[in-house]
Write a protein of this length. Structure first.
Length: 428
């Protein structure tokens, strides 16, 4: 993909930084820099820009084998010379070389071969240190996550029996958390608040499908927040704080996915929600061409495309003809420029797709924390969610109110308030 769309994708999809799927057009700017600098050289004793995700000590150096180098090494180590040479390598060759190496290193898809790390040079510091110091380009931004962004990170649901299994899953991404940190996390994501997820799964599954422990659903939500949601919220708040434009940030939570049938067909029946990358699939038709999309998916795709095109064109996802009911407001309605960043600001999050439809949800810091926000009267226990058509008879407003209550159950401000104190241990 060309330079412009690549940069646009980077702005829109920081959380979607991926080196995984060969045909995934989304490559972030950070990753490009790190990835190709890594491949530039054959002898890399001094090269520590690229850290491996599975190497917590940081001692493994990046030294790709012969077929995966680009021949841009310089005996003098002159960065300018290397850069000059790299600029002459065609994009296809860059991508093929990087993917070839990634796939050999971590078969089958090359996932997590390259992750950015602080080298004091290309990346001068951890991201949260940089954005809290205002060291970022001030541009309007649309920021978001998928509702089940951490579900695949949590691994197979059948592997969960107890709370200890949540720890094992988290350790794969965050090795530095202490027992106290885990205690706090588990208290913020108690099993009792995931009854609904278990209940929905059981209502949906076929007799032969595996039983899934509540701890899987907890792990998936914790990982979503640790890896995606909380840093997005924190960075978004910094952007808003430093901008004169009250609508400099907008947030979304996508709760629908085109790949659900594929995952179900592959036996991963617990993956019924909007998994990581679902937003990219609607924007780029990565997984299915448009003519293969269901009507419901086409609607979400059209909506997202229109919002992003409007945003790219005018800095506002709401186009001229936007219906008021589903218009997408600024993320931080109560924040004013220059305010010291509130740790728990009120949020407007655009809920996109899923059973409750699309529209804005207003989340105040205390809404989610009230005891038992999963109240039986809000949910028909006899007729749990199976698919969105069931709720088709509900009016749009009523549905969206239900969606808002569901989002409140995520207790974003409270949970992220804690998770964001772990930034250093999380390496971000
Ligand atoms: C640079 O590349 C050439 C040709 O691929 C190779 O012979 C040489 O050893 C490399 N030099 C360094 C410093 O890696
Ligand atoms: C997301 O979708 C699932 C069904 O896939 C539903 O149970 C849940 O309530 C939805 N949550 C939100 C916030 O829309």
């Amino acid at each position: 993909m060309g330079r412009v769309s690549c940069c646009a994708a980077a702005l829109w999809a920081l959380a979607s930084c991926t080196s995984a799927v060969p045909n995934d057009p989304v490559v972030t700017v950070d990753e490009l820099g790190v990835r190709y600098r890594g491949l530039a050289r054959e002898s890399v004793e001094d090269f520590n820009s690229v850290k491996f995700a599975d190497d917590t000590s940081g001692s493994r150096r990046f030294a790709p084998p012969q077929p995966y180098t680009l021949g841009c090494n310089s005996s003098s180590g002159d960065e300018e010379e290397i850069l000059h040479c790299l600029r002459d390598v065609p994009m296809d060759k860059l991508t093929e070389t990087a993917m070839g190496y990634a796939m050999e290193n971590h078969p089958p898809a090359g996932l997590f071969t390259f992750i950015p790390s602080v080298d004091d040079d290309f990346l001068p510091d951890r991201q949260s240190v940089l954005y809290k110091a205002g060291r970022f380009a001030q541009v309007p931004i649309v920021y978001g996550w998928t509702h089940d962004d951490g579900a695949t990170n949590a691994g197979p649901a059948t592997g969960y029996q107890s709370e200890a299994d949540i720890k094992t899953a988290i350790r794969g991404f965050a090795h530095a958390l202490t027992d106290d940190d885990y205690a706090e996390l588990f208290a913020l994501y108690p099993a009792s608040e995931f009854d609904e997820e278990v209940h929905n799964y059981e209502a949906r599954k076929a007799a032969a499908d595996p039983t899934v422990s509540v701890h899987y659903f907890r792990a998936a939500r914790i990982l979503r927040d640790l890896l995606f949601t909380c840093s997005s919220l924190e960075f978004a708040a910094e952007i808003r704080k430093r901008s004169d434009d009250p609508s400099s940030v907008r947030l979304y939570d996508l709760n629908q996915s085109t790949v659900t049938p594929l995952l179900q067909g592959a036996g991963m029946v617990w993956l019924s929600g909007a998994v990581h990358g679902s937003d990219m699939d609607y924007l780029y038709n990565n997984m299915f061409p448009r003519e293969k999309l269901s009507e419901a998916d086409l609607e979400v795709s059209d909506r997202m495309l229109a919002a992003f095109i409007n945003f790219a064109y005018a800095g506002d996802p709401n186009g001229d003809g936007a219906e008021a009911a589903s218009s997408w407001p600024e993320a931080f309605p109560s924040m004013v420029n220059g305010a010291s960043s509130q740790s728990k600001p009120a949020l407007n999050v655009q809920l996109i797709g899923g059973p409750w439809g699309t529209g804005s949800c207003h989340l105040t810091p205390d809404t989610g924390s009230r005891e038992g926000s999963f109240a039986p009267e809000q949910m028909d226990m006899q007729h749990p969610m199976v698919d969105s058509t069931k709720y088709g008879e509900m009016g749009g407003n009523e549905r969206l109110q239900h969606g808002q209550r569901e989002l409140e159950r995520d207790r974003l401000q409270e949970r992220c308030g804690f998770i964001n104190t772990l930034a250093e241990k999380l390496g971000r």
